[in-house]
Write a protein that binds this ligand. Structure first.
Ligand code: 13P
Ligand code: SF4
Length: 366
């Protein structure tokens, strides 16, 4: 068996002439990132998954943090959390396989309760989603009566069910301002990411109450890391995700959602760029931008990395692991997602630090 950690848990499928014929055009996309000996292990899974998708009328929604062989070779739709939610809402497939983490699969199930939604590894969690419960949100609402609750999509269905409107990092500033206006409140509860909340607070006059949650991947970057990167790579353009702490964003040239970063590289074509985010992002953006050089410090998201080709294939074969949510929770959790999707947002949220990223309070349990 190849030394692939626990990714290929069953004996590898054979690389045959038929597999080669079905996958050569896909290898052309990723050949720069995947050596041929490794491709011969991936290709049989890619061929089998793509055949099974057609047979079962299934689609795969692939987050920007998926590894290149998933993102480029089996994903039908790729993007950030907001784009994947939009695709889930409009697909006419019978089965959705979420190549991402569990909260994303829950979002798809909430939007498509009659479809089969599969998560190839149910343990693919998220430190933000696990930081807060529906009961925590009920207590926050008691403490700040009248303040609307804006919840980052990186949360469980139970938390969404207690929410007025959802947001993602690509629309958080606009959603917060909209919620303050609609609820006629100078304060908005924006949970559970304290760093996203602080980064939003730097962009708005709305008072923000937040929660002490954080992303275990982005919180590890420091302002010193960015200064060292610039010293070692003169002229490099630094793009950061708004889940990073504010002092990291203050050192960056641009901050935006995963798709915001991707669009920046496509439009500006910098000579040398660094994406301060999860590792697979650079590989996936590089496929589309062959003339851009990527400096690659990164942190792995262990949850995203639980999703692999063998697990996607097994999921399609066995229809495991189905995402199931109580119908009453689905009904309540759907409203804040629908409200977000219905907003006429015409641009991506921008983040910078012309003002201090001060929030009114960072709440914790108990
Ligand atoms: P995006 O909405 O930017 O894709 O972020 C999701 C996520 O989990 C980032 O860590
Ligand atoms: Fe959650 Fe962070 Fe992983 Fe995104 S990168 S899924 S926010 S732990």
């Amino acid at each position: 068996m190849p030394a692939f950690g626990n990714e290929f848990e069953t004996p590898a499928l054979p690389y045959t002439d038929a597999v080669k014929a079905k996958t050569d055009h896909l290898y052309a996309r990723v050949a720069k990132f995947i050596p041929e000996f490794e491709w011969r292990l991936h290709a049989p899974y890619i061929a089998a998954i793509n055949d099974l998708k057609k047979e079962k009328n299934a689609v795969i929604l692939a987050h920007n943090y998926m590894t290149p062989e998933i993102f480029n070779c089996v994903g039908d739709f790729a993007g950030d959390s907001l784009q994947l939610a939009k695709e889930a809402a409009k697909t006419d497939a019978d089965i959705i396989v979420q190549a991402g983490v569990h909260f994303m699969a829950e979002t798809s199930k909430i939007l498509c309760p009659d479809k089969t939604v599969l998560i190839p590894d149910p343990k693919a969690g998220c430190s933000l989603a696990s930081s807060i419960t529906g009961a925590d949100v009920r207590l926050l609402k008691q403490k700040y009566p009248g303040a609307p609750v804006v919840t980052y999509v990186n949360t469980t269905a139970d938390v969404k069910a207690e929410t007025d409107i959802c947001c993602t990092s690509s629309n958080a500033v606009e959603v917060v301002e909209h919620a303050a206006k609609e609820f006629n409140s100078d304060t908005v509860i924006l949970i559970p990411d304290q760093y996203l909340a602080k980064n939003v607070a730097a962009m708005t006059d709305v008072k923000i109450v937040t929660w002490a949650g954080s992303c275990e991947v982005h919180e590890r970057f420091t302002a010193d890391d960015i200064r060292e990167l610039r010293a070692g790579n003169p002229g490099v353009i630094v793009l950061a995700h708004p889940e990073c702490p504010p002092d990291v964003l203050a050192e960056a040239d641009f901050a935006g959602s995963t798709s915001g970063m991707s669009n920046f590289v496509r439009e500006k074509q910098p000579d040398n760029v660094v994406l301060i985010t999860e590792c697979s992002m650079s590989d996936n953006v590089a496929v589309e931008n062959p003339d851009v050089n990527f400096v690659r410090p990164c942190n792995l998201c262990p949850h995203m990395k639980r999703i692999s080709l063998p697990k996607i294939l097994a999921s399609l074969q066995t229809l495991e692991h189905k995402v199931e949510i109580d119908p009453d929770v689905i009904e309540r959790a759907r409203k804040p997602i629908d409200r977000m999707l219905a907003l006429p947002l015409t641009r991506q949220s921008m983040y910078d630090h012309r003002r201090a990223p001060e929030v009114a309070a960072v709440e914790t349990r108990g």
